[in-house]
Design a protein. Structure first.
Length: 47
């Protein structure tokens, strides 16, 4: 199941994300890849 997260960003950060979009990135794809990279070393215990 996919969950959505809504994150408010400053106008400056929004402008930077829009610049990434102009380079051909989707904002969702960019944020997802950034989170995956940042959280790669986090271990999740099994339930």
């Amino acid at each position: 199941m996919k969950n959505k997260i809504l994150v408010p960003v400053s106008p400056q950060l929004k402008a930077k994300l829009d610049a990434k979009r102009a380079e051909g990135f989707t904002i969702n794809g960019f944020v997802r890849a950034t989170l995956e990279k940042a959280l790669a070393g986090v271990k999740v215990p099994r339930r």
